[in-house]
Ligand binder design. Structure first.
Ligand code: ADP
Ligand code: MG
Ligand code: MG
Length: 248
């Protein structure tokens, strides 16, 4: 599904990604771990098409299509979803209205009609129940005064509504207490299928107790320096990142 080859990218004069290779197949969950400043968020931004970063070499393909010339919205319409480490606030727009707009924009881009109102309500009800989101929350202004946990849950709600092909969760666990973490992870697990893939970016092994990855990759200094199964996450939890730094 996702094929990244020799990806180099940076910002202004700074090289951040220095030759990333990564293959993600449908049905798989990949975790990307690594110390702060390694390039994890840059990698997710580049996959999503963030135009602040310049790709200087290599390629990112989704289902065999090179994404290089596609804007972020076009990538989103092809099924790439990126949760934000620091979600934005949109005062005056309710969670529900934001979701309606997101769904209808996505349909419009595919040449489909707007979703009928009753169908939309049914979808919102279904997905909010799945994520244990209450009604009051749906009428609140997007991210305004949301707690860390509420922001994260809202991101996963967005993901549930849009049913992306490739979901990238960038430190969705930071700032979550254990209950919120469990709900978010449960939501992600329920959305997992043979047709989609998930990349979970995290500092800590904790989230991976709930969202069990098929593969774990360590990103350090702009490169994937180690890959393995879920046991690699436990090893990192136990030993920290110093040995990775020493080896590279
Ligand atoms: P991580 O998510 O692994 O913590 P980032 O991708 O956020 O790492 O950052 C990787 C490196 O690139 C860091 O040294 C960071 O300071 C730098 N960097 C990332 N984004 C920018 C930016 N917009 N402007 C300048 N430097 C950046
Ligand atoms: Mg960081
Ligand atoms: Mg980051």
């Amino acid at each position: 599904m996702l094929s990244i080859k020799n990806l180099h990218a940076g910002i202004e004069d700074k090289d951040i990604l220095k030759g990333i290779n990564l293959e993600v197949k449908a049905g798989e969950v990949h975790a990307i771990m690594g110390p702060n400043g390694s390039g994890k968020s840059t990698l997710s931004a580049v996959i999503a098409g963030n135009e602040n970063y310049e790709v200087t070499d290599g390629s990112v393909e989704l289902d065999g299509e090179d994404l290089a010339d596609l804007a972020p919205e076009e990538r989103a319409h092809k099924g790439v979803f990126l949760s934000f480490q620091y979600p934005v606030e949109i005062p005056g727009v309710s969670v529900t209205n934001f979701m309606k707009t997101a769904i209808n924009e996505s349909r419009k881009a595919k040449g489909q009609e707007e979703m009928p109102a009753n169908e939309m309500l049914k979808l919102i009800r279904e997905k909010s129940e799945l994520l244990e989101i209450d009604r009051k929350f749906l009428s609140r202004s997007l991210n305004e005064g949301f707690s860390g946990g509420e922001k994260k849950r809202n991101e996963i709600f967005q993901m549930a509504m849009l049913e992306p092909k490739l979901a990238i969760l960038d430190e969705t666990d930071s700032g979550l207490d254990i209950d919120a973490l469990r709900i978010v992870a449960n939501g992600v697990n329920k959305l997992k299928s043979e047709n989609n893939a998930i990349i979970v970016i995290t500092h800590y092994q904790r989230l991976l107790d709930y969202i069990v990855p098929d593969f774990v990759h360590v990103l350090y200094n702009g490169k994937i320096v180690k890959s393995g199964g879920k046991e690699l996450a436990y090893e990192l939890e136990e030993k920290g990142y110093d040995w990775i730094k020493a080896e590279n």
